[in-house]
Design a protein around this ligand. Structure first.
Ligand SMILES: NC(=O)c1ccc[n+]([C@@H]2O[C@H](COP(=O)([O-])OP(=O)(O)OC[C@H]3O[C@@H](n4cnc5c(N)ncnc54)[C@H](O)[C@@H]3O)[C@@H](O)[C@H]2O)c1
Length: 265
């Protein structure tokens, strides 16, 4: 890998990968609409808005792979999601088609399937059940990835990231937690794989409580090493017993499923 592009590089996961992928590619090309600080050795820093196609085309040109994390990462105003997630994701795939057919990691989300009930273990064929406009934008991104592979052969992996944080913060995350180390190994696995097609992978560590089945993606050879289980006692001591009538407890998407429309109080 000579030059790997990371969008959303100023964000939480972008900052993690900026460190953990150091040396994985000769050059990390880092991009965000926000300030990322100065480029360090082995880095290029390009500030741009994903909603600007000409800028995104220039950003993607000359890269060998794309980790597309940039965008609105929670429920929010439709116009912001429209620009960053809908327009921006189209721009990434279209720029890849025009410049080098680079393999793309699309940072999808569990909120694309957030309205499934927690007793249902989901695999690759689970129907989309977004729990938010944000979740709808992730369904769209996955469909865009599939379309660009079927029509133009651009390979991708859409990662339905669960909860990627230093450690699980609540009881839901005992099932949805993805450690930074496991996320990093997944990124490497998908770029190292001989081929990916337009795969979808659930992004969760090897937690005891499992809502998602990645059997279909075994060909990637990704084996998460961490587990939320070691945090269970701490999390349970700090959080109340779950109320199973509460939509935030009943559905995969947690609080996103329970929240009202983004414009409501
Ligand atoms: N962290 C998680 O647990 C988690 C879970 C599910 C999905 N994801 C997805 O993974 C990705 C990264 O998540 P994160 O937690 O680092 O989010 P984050 O909000 O910390 O980072 C997103 C970055 O995208 C940038 N951005 C927003 N609009 C932009 C635009 N128009 N042009 C260019 N850049 C823009 C932001 O400035 C920000 O730095 C997101 O796409 C998110 O939806 C994350």
């Amino acid at each position: 890998m000579r030059r790997l592009l990371i969008t959303g590089a100023a964000g939480a996961l972008g900052s993690v990968l900026r460190e953990s992928l150091k040396g994985y590619a000769d050059v990390l090309r880092l991009s965000d609409i926000a300030d990322m600080g100065a480029a360090r050795e082995g880095e290029e820093v390009v500030q741009c808005d994903l909603g600007d196609f000409d800028a995104v085309r220039g950003l993607v040109d000359g890269t060998d792979g794309i980790v597309h994390l940039g965008g609105v990462s929670r429920e929010g105003a439709f116009e912001a999601i429209l620009n960053a997630n809908f327009r921006g994701t189209y721009h990434i795939f279209e720029a890849a088609r025009q410049t080098g057919k680079q393999r793309v990691l699309f940072a999808s989300s569990n909120h694309a399937i957030g309205f499934h009930e927690r007793e249902d273990r989901l695999g690759k064929d689970a129907p989309y059940r977004a729990d938010s406009i944000y979740g709808v934008s992730k369904c769209y991104g996955e469909i865009m990835a599939r379309y660009y592979f079927d029509k133009f052969g651009i390979e991708s992996v859409s990662v339905r990231i669960g909860s990627c944080f230093p450690e699980p913060r609540d009881r839901r995350m005992l099932a949805t937690w993805l450690s930074y180390a496991d996320f990093t190994s997944l990124v490497k696995a998908m770029f190292d794989a001989a081929r990916t097609g337009a795969a979808m992978v659930y992004g969760a560590s090897d937690n005891k409580e499992q809502w998602w089945d990645n059997g279909h993606a075994a060909f990637l050879g990704w084996h998460p090493q961490d587990s939320a289980e070691g945090f269970r006692a701490k999390v349970e001591a700090a959080t109340p017993e779950p109320d199973w009538q509460d939509p935030a407890v009943r559905y995969h998407g947690g609080s996103f499923a329970a929240a009202g429309h983004f414009e409501d109080d």
